[in-house]
Design a protein around this ligand. Structure first.
Ligand SMILES: [Zn+2]
Length: 360
Protein backbone atom coordinates (compact mmCIF):
# COMPACT_ATOMS: atom_id res chain seq x y z
CA UNK A 1 0.00 0.00 0.00
CA UNK A 2 1.04 3.57 -0.61
CA UNK A 3 4.08 2.46 -2.52
CA UNK A 4 5.69 5.65 -3.89
CA UNK A 5 6.70 5.70 -7.53
CA UNK A 6 9.78 7.89 -7.15
CA UNK A 7 12.09 9.10 -4.47
CA UNK A 8 15.48 10.74 -4.26
CA UNK A 9 16.19 9.61 -0.70
CA UNK A 10 19.44 7.77 -0.26
CA UNK A 11 18.90 6.68 3.32
CA UNK A 12 16.85 3.58 4.00
CA UNK A 13 14.29 4.39 6.67
CA UNK A 14 12.92 1.32 8.39
CA UNK A 15 9.39 2.13 7.40
CA UNK A 16 9.99 3.76 4.07
CA UNK A 17 8.54 1.86 1.12
CA UNK A 18 11.15 1.98 -1.57
CA UNK A 19 10.53 1.24 -5.25
CA UNK A 20 12.26 -1.79 -6.74
CA UNK A 21 14.79 0.13 -8.85
CA UNK A 22 15.95 2.09 -5.84
CA UNK A 23 16.34 -1.09 -3.82
CA UNK A 24 18.55 -2.59 -6.51
CA UNK A 25 20.57 0.61 -6.74
CA UNK A 26 21.02 0.69 -2.97
CA UNK A 27 21.97 -2.98 -2.81
CA UNK A 28 24.67 -2.25 -5.39
CA UNK A 29 25.89 0.70 -3.35
CA UNK A 30 25.96 -1.43 -0.24
CA UNK A 31 27.89 -4.13 -2.09
CA UNK A 32 30.46 -1.61 -3.28
CA UNK A 33 30.73 -0.34 0.27
CA UNK A 34 31.76 -3.80 1.51
CA UNK A 35 35.47 -3.14 1.25
CA UNK A 36 35.26 0.05 3.26
CA UNK A 37 33.03 -1.69 5.83
CA UNK A 38 35.80 -4.16 6.49
CA UNK A 39 38.26 -1.30 6.67
CA UNK A 40 36.05 0.15 9.41
CA UNK A 41 36.01 -3.14 11.26
CA UNK A 42 39.79 -3.16 11.03
CA UNK A 43 39.73 0.41 12.24
CA UNK A 44 39.06 -1.04 15.68
CA UNK A 45 42.72 -1.91 15.81
CA UNK A 46 43.85 1.67 15.29
CA UNK A 47 41.86 4.65 16.47
CA UNK A 48 38.66 2.72 17.04
CA UNK A 49 36.71 5.63 15.64
CA UNK A 50 37.36 5.36 11.93
CA UNK A 51 34.77 7.36 10.04
CA UNK A 52 33.02 5.30 7.40
CA UNK A 53 34.04 6.20 3.87
CA UNK A 54 31.45 8.18 1.93
CA UNK A 55 29.52 5.81 -0.27
CA UNK A 56 30.62 7.63 -3.42
CA UNK A 57 34.25 6.94 -2.61
CA UNK A 58 33.80 3.31 -1.72
CA UNK A 59 36.35 1.18 -3.53
CA UNK A 60 35.06 -1.74 -5.58
CA UNK A 61 38.05 -3.95 -4.90
CA UNK A 62 37.91 -7.46 -3.53
CA UNK A 63 37.96 -7.07 0.23
CA UNK A 64 40.46 -8.85 2.41
CA UNK A 65 39.01 -11.08 5.14
CA UNK A 66 38.35 -9.20 8.37
CA UNK A 67 41.02 -9.38 11.03
CA UNK A 68 40.53 -9.77 14.73
CA UNK A 69 41.12 -6.65 16.79
CA UNK A 70 44.28 -6.83 18.90
CA UNK A 71 43.65 -7.03 22.63
CA UNK A 72 45.03 -3.58 23.39
CA UNK A 73 42.71 -1.67 21.08
CA UNK A 74 42.01 1.83 22.33
CA UNK A 75 39.54 3.30 23.25
CA UNK A 76 37.90 -0.12 23.40
CA UNK A 77 38.17 -1.75 26.83
CA UNK A 78 40.53 -4.63 27.37
CA UNK A 79 38.64 -7.75 26.45
CA UNK A 80 38.72 -9.82 29.61
CA UNK A 81 38.29 -13.53 30.03
CA UNK A 82 34.79 -13.27 31.49
CA UNK A 83 32.37 -15.70 29.88
CA UNK A 84 30.08 -14.27 27.22
CA UNK A 85 26.66 -13.50 28.72
CA UNK A 86 23.76 -15.37 27.17
CA UNK A 87 20.12 -14.53 26.77
CA UNK A 88 17.47 -17.24 26.94
CA UNK A 89 16.77 -17.34 23.21
CA UNK A 90 13.99 -19.92 23.50
CA UNK A 91 12.15 -17.63 25.87
CA UNK A 92 12.81 -14.59 23.65
CA UNK A 93 11.48 -16.51 20.64
CA UNK A 94 8.38 -17.49 22.62
CA UNK A 95 7.83 -13.80 23.45
CA UNK A 96 8.10 -13.00 19.74
CA UNK A 97 5.51 -15.67 18.98
CA UNK A 98 3.11 -14.38 21.64
CA UNK A 99 3.50 -10.74 20.58
CA UNK A 100 2.94 -11.63 16.91
CA UNK A 101 -0.14 -13.67 17.82
CA UNK A 102 -1.92 -10.44 18.84
CA UNK A 103 -2.14 -9.62 15.12
CA UNK A 104 -1.77 -6.08 13.70
CA UNK A 105 -0.67 -3.74 16.51
CA UNK A 106 -0.75 -0.29 14.94
CA UNK A 107 -1.11 2.87 17.02
CA UNK A 108 -4.54 3.28 18.56
CA UNK A 109 -5.74 -0.27 17.82
CA UNK A 110 -7.30 -2.73 20.24
CA UNK A 111 -4.44 -5.18 19.72
CA UNK A 112 -2.00 -2.38 20.57
CA UNK A 113 -3.82 -1.95 23.90
CA UNK A 114 -3.60 -5.69 24.57
CA UNK A 115 0.12 -5.60 23.84
CA UNK A 116 0.63 -2.68 26.23
CA UNK A 117 -0.91 -4.82 28.99
CA UNK A 118 1.19 -7.80 27.93
CA UNK A 119 4.41 -5.76 28.21
CA UNK A 120 3.40 -4.25 31.56
CA UNK A 121 2.48 -7.72 32.89
CA UNK A 122 6.09 -8.75 32.30
CA UNK A 123 7.40 -5.71 34.18
CA UNK A 124 5.53 -6.23 37.45
CA UNK A 125 7.70 -5.12 40.35
CA UNK A 126 9.98 -3.08 38.07
CA UNK A 127 10.26 0.69 37.96
CA UNK A 128 8.07 1.56 34.96
CA UNK A 129 7.22 4.95 33.49
CA UNK A 130 4.94 6.06 30.72
CA UNK A 131 5.57 8.69 28.12
CA UNK A 132 2.09 9.05 26.70
CA UNK A 133 0.76 11.79 24.44
CA UNK A 134 -1.44 12.41 21.40
CA UNK A 135 0.40 12.63 18.08
CA UNK A 136 -0.91 14.88 15.35
CA UNK A 137 -0.34 13.04 12.10
CA UNK A 138 -1.33 13.33 8.45
CA UNK A 139 -3.89 10.59 9.16
CA UNK A 140 -5.32 12.26 12.25
CA UNK A 141 -4.65 12.13 15.97
CA UNK A 142 -3.25 8.97 17.52
CA UNK A 143 -2.57 8.01 21.13
CA UNK A 144 1.15 7.24 21.52
CA UNK A 145 2.67 5.50 24.53
CA UNK A 146 6.33 4.84 25.14
CA UNK A 147 6.91 2.38 27.96
CA UNK A 148 10.12 2.82 29.95
CA UNK A 149 11.49 0.29 32.43
CA UNK A 150 14.36 1.57 34.58
CA UNK A 151 16.91 -0.72 36.19
CA UNK A 152 19.17 1.40 38.43
CA UNK A 153 22.91 0.76 38.49
CA UNK A 154 25.80 1.61 40.79
CA UNK A 155 27.54 3.82 38.19
CA UNK A 156 26.48 7.32 37.24
CA UNK A 157 25.07 7.21 33.71
CA UNK A 158 22.47 5.41 31.63
CA UNK A 159 22.56 2.79 28.90
CA UNK A 160 19.33 2.91 26.89
CA UNK A 161 18.11 -0.05 24.85
CA UNK A 162 15.16 0.84 22.72
CA UNK A 163 12.84 -1.00 20.33
CA UNK A 164 9.45 -0.29 18.78
CA UNK A 165 6.31 -2.30 19.49
CA UNK A 166 3.86 -0.75 17.00
CA UNK A 167 3.20 -2.22 13.57
CA UNK A 168 2.70 -0.50 10.23
CA UNK A 169 -0.53 1.51 10.12
CA UNK A 170 -1.00 1.62 6.32
CA UNK A 171 -0.78 -2.18 6.28
CA UNK A 172 -3.43 -2.58 9.00
CA UNK A 173 -5.91 -4.41 6.74
CA UNK A 174 -3.39 -6.42 4.75
CA UNK A 175 -2.77 -9.25 7.21
CA UNK A 176 0.56 -7.73 8.23
CA UNK A 177 1.54 -8.99 11.71
CA UNK A 178 5.16 -7.77 11.91
CA UNK A 179 6.79 -10.85 13.45
CA UNK A 180 10.25 -9.43 12.77
CA UNK A 181 9.27 -5.76 12.41
CA UNK A 182 7.78 -4.91 15.79
CA UNK A 183 7.61 -8.44 17.22
CA UNK A 184 11.31 -9.23 17.59
CA UNK A 185 12.16 -5.80 19.04
CA UNK A 186 9.36 -6.04 21.63
CA UNK A 187 10.50 -9.53 22.59
CA UNK A 188 14.23 -8.88 22.95
CA UNK A 189 13.51 -6.01 25.33
CA UNK A 190 11.31 -8.27 27.46
CA UNK A 191 14.18 -10.76 27.59
CA UNK A 192 16.64 -7.99 28.51
CA UNK A 193 14.38 -7.06 31.42
CA UNK A 194 14.93 -10.62 32.70
CA UNK A 195 18.68 -10.22 32.20
CA UNK A 196 19.27 -6.82 33.80
CA UNK A 197 16.78 -7.12 36.64
CA UNK A 198 18.79 -6.97 39.86
CA UNK A 199 18.74 -9.69 42.45
CA UNK A 200 15.70 -8.38 44.28
CA UNK A 201 13.80 -5.20 45.07
CA UNK A 202 16.04 -2.21 45.67
CA UNK A 203 19.20 -4.02 44.56
CA UNK A 204 21.17 -2.11 41.95
CA UNK A 205 22.86 -3.76 39.01
CA UNK A 206 26.64 -3.60 38.98
CA UNK A 207 27.26 -0.96 36.30
CA UNK A 208 25.33 1.85 34.66
CA UNK A 209 21.59 2.14 34.95
CA UNK A 210 19.87 0.33 32.10
CA UNK A 211 16.66 1.76 30.74
CA UNK A 212 14.58 -0.33 28.37
CA UNK A 213 12.23 1.64 26.15
CA UNK A 214 9.40 0.13 24.12
CA UNK A 215 8.73 2.93 21.67
CA UNK A 216 5.43 3.57 19.96
CA UNK A 217 4.71 5.15 16.58
CA UNK A 218 8.02 4.24 14.96
CA UNK A 219 6.23 3.48 11.72
CA UNK A 220 4.91 6.16 9.39
CA UNK A 221 1.14 6.50 9.16
CA UNK A 222 1.35 7.34 5.46
CA UNK A 223 4.85 7.63 4.02
CA UNK A 224 8.17 7.99 5.80
CA UNK A 225 9.29 11.60 6.21
CA UNK A 226 11.00 13.47 9.05
CA UNK A 227 7.58 14.41 10.43
CA UNK A 228 5.74 11.17 9.59
CA UNK A 229 7.88 8.65 11.48
CA UNK A 230 9.38 7.86 14.90
CA UNK A 231 6.62 9.72 16.77
CA UNK A 232 7.41 8.19 20.14
CA UNK A 233 11.20 8.55 19.85
CA UNK A 234 10.92 12.20 18.75
CA UNK A 235 8.74 12.99 21.74
CA UNK A 236 11.05 11.20 24.15
CA UNK A 237 14.23 12.79 22.78
CA UNK A 238 12.67 16.24 23.17
CA UNK A 239 11.51 15.48 26.70
CA UNK A 240 14.89 14.06 27.73
CA UNK A 241 16.67 17.03 26.24
CA UNK A 242 14.59 19.40 28.39
CA UNK A 243 14.97 17.48 31.64
CA UNK A 244 18.72 16.86 31.21
CA UNK A 245 18.46 13.07 30.76
CA UNK A 246 20.20 13.11 27.38
CA UNK A 247 23.47 14.30 28.93
CA UNK A 248 23.50 11.25 31.22
CA UNK A 249 23.14 8.70 28.40
CA UNK A 250 26.40 6.83 27.77
CA UNK A 251 24.99 4.87 24.84
CA UNK A 252 21.62 4.33 23.18
CA UNK A 253 21.10 1.17 21.14
CA UNK A 254 18.04 0.57 18.95
CA UNK A 255 17.04 -3.02 18.15
CA UNK A 256 14.89 -3.48 15.04
CA UNK A 257 14.18 -6.51 12.84
CA UNK A 258 16.72 -8.74 14.54
CA UNK A 259 15.25 -12.23 14.22
CA UNK A 260 15.56 -12.93 10.47
CA UNK A 261 16.79 -16.54 10.11
CA UNK A 262 19.20 -15.23 7.48
CA UNK A 263 20.77 -12.68 9.78
CA UNK A 264 22.93 -9.85 8.49
CA UNK A 265 23.10 -6.74 10.63
CA UNK A 266 23.99 -3.68 8.56
CA UNK A 267 26.54 -1.19 9.83
CA UNK A 268 24.16 1.75 10.06
CA UNK A 269 26.52 4.67 9.52
CA UNK A 270 24.03 7.00 11.19
CA UNK A 271 25.58 6.20 14.56
CA UNK A 272 28.61 6.74 16.78
CA UNK A 273 31.56 4.92 15.14
CA UNK A 274 33.07 3.90 18.48
CA UNK A 275 29.80 2.31 19.58
CA UNK A 276 29.40 0.49 16.25
CA UNK A 277 32.95 -0.81 16.71
CA UNK A 278 32.25 -1.86 20.30
CA UNK A 279 29.24 -3.88 19.09
CA UNK A 280 31.46 -5.53 16.49
CA UNK A 281 34.03 -6.37 19.16
CA UNK A 282 31.25 -7.91 21.27
CA UNK A 283 30.06 -9.92 18.24
CA UNK A 284 33.62 -11.17 17.70
CA UNK A 285 33.75 -12.45 21.27
CA UNK A 286 30.80 -14.71 20.51
CA UNK A 287 32.16 -15.72 17.11
CA UNK A 288 29.16 -13.96 15.60
CA UNK A 289 31.00 -11.39 13.48
CA UNK A 290 30.04 -12.97 10.15
CA UNK A 291 26.48 -11.73 10.83
CA UNK A 292 27.60 -8.13 11.28
CA UNK A 293 28.47 -5.29 8.94
CA UNK A 294 28.91 -7.05 5.58
CA UNK A 295 26.82 -4.10 4.37
CA UNK A 296 26.78 -0.51 5.47
CA UNK A 297 24.73 2.59 4.82
CA UNK A 298 22.67 5.27 6.56
CA UNK A 299 19.31 4.04 7.83
CA UNK A 300 16.67 6.11 9.58
CA UNK A 301 15.10 4.58 12.64
CA UNK A 302 14.14 5.41 16.23
CA UNK A 303 17.70 6.49 17.06
CA UNK A 304 17.65 9.51 14.72
CA UNK A 305 16.12 12.09 17.14
CA UNK A 306 18.77 11.11 19.70
CA UNK A 307 21.59 10.90 17.15
CA UNK A 308 20.71 14.40 15.94
CA UNK A 309 21.03 15.67 19.51
CA UNK A 310 24.55 14.28 19.92
CA UNK A 311 23.72 11.12 21.91
CA UNK A 312 26.06 8.18 21.10
CA UNK A 313 23.69 5.85 19.24
CA UNK A 314 23.71 2.61 17.31
CA UNK A 315 20.84 1.14 15.32
CA UNK A 316 21.07 -2.65 15.22
CA UNK A 317 18.98 -3.62 12.20
CA UNK A 318 18.81 -6.27 9.49
CA UNK A 319 17.21 -4.57 6.53
CA UNK A 320 17.81 -7.43 4.12
CA UNK A 321 14.79 -9.54 4.95
CA UNK A 322 14.13 -12.19 2.34
CA UNK A 323 15.38 -12.06 -1.23
CA UNK A 324 15.40 -8.42 -2.31
CA UNK A 325 13.90 -7.54 1.11
CA UNK A 326 10.48 -8.90 0.02
CA UNK A 327 9.34 -9.86 3.53
CA UNK A 328 9.86 -6.31 4.82
CA UNK A 329 6.56 -4.44 5.31
CA UNK A 330 4.75 -7.36 3.78
CA UNK A 331 2.16 -9.85 5.09
CA UNK A 332 4.99 -12.38 4.69
CA UNK A 333 6.73 -10.96 7.78
CA UNK A 334 5.68 -14.02 9.80
CA UNK A 335 7.19 -16.32 12.44
CA UNK A 336 8.35 -18.96 9.96
CA UNK A 337 10.96 -16.50 8.58
CA UNK A 338 12.56 -16.11 12.03
CA UNK A 339 14.99 -18.09 14.10
CA UNK A 340 15.76 -18.21 17.84
CA UNK A 341 19.42 -18.49 16.84
CA UNK A 342 19.29 -14.98 15.36
CA UNK A 343 17.76 -13.62 18.55
CA UNK A 344 20.57 -15.33 20.43
CA UNK A 345 23.27 -13.85 18.18
CA UNK A 346 21.98 -10.30 18.46
CA UNK A 347 20.77 -10.70 22.03
CA UNK A 348 24.11 -12.02 23.30
CA UNK A 349 26.04 -9.42 21.33
CA UNK A 350 24.19 -6.47 22.79
CA UNK A 351 24.21 -8.01 26.26
CA UNK A 352 27.99 -8.28 25.93
CA UNK A 353 28.05 -4.69 24.63
CA UNK A 354 26.29 -3.58 27.81
CA UNK A 355 28.93 -5.44 29.85
CA UNK A 356 31.75 -3.78 27.90
CA UNK A 357 30.08 -0.37 28.33
CA UNK A 358 29.84 -0.97 32.09
CA UNK A 359 33.63 -1.26 32.18
CA UNK A 360 34.27 2.07 30.51
ZN1 LIG B 1 9.00 -1.18 9.82
Amino acid sequence: MNRPTTTTRVSLPCAFLRPLWLKIFLMLLLTFALASTIACAKGISSAGATAPAPKSESPATTPAPPEAAPPDSSPLPHIDSNPLPHIDSKRAFQYTREVTAFGPRYMGSENHKKLEHYILDHLKGDQVEDDAFAADTVAGKFPVRNIIAKFPGTKDGIIVILGHYDTVYPLRNSGFVGANDGGSSTAILLEYANQVRGGGAGKKRDGYSVWLVWTDGEEAVRQWTDTDSVYGARHLAEKWEKDGTLKRIKALVVMDMIADADLDIVRNTKGAPWLLDLIYAAAERGGYQSHFYAQQGPIEDDHVPFFNRGVPTADVIDLDYGYNNVFWHSPQDTMDKLSPKSLEIVGDTILETIRLLDQR
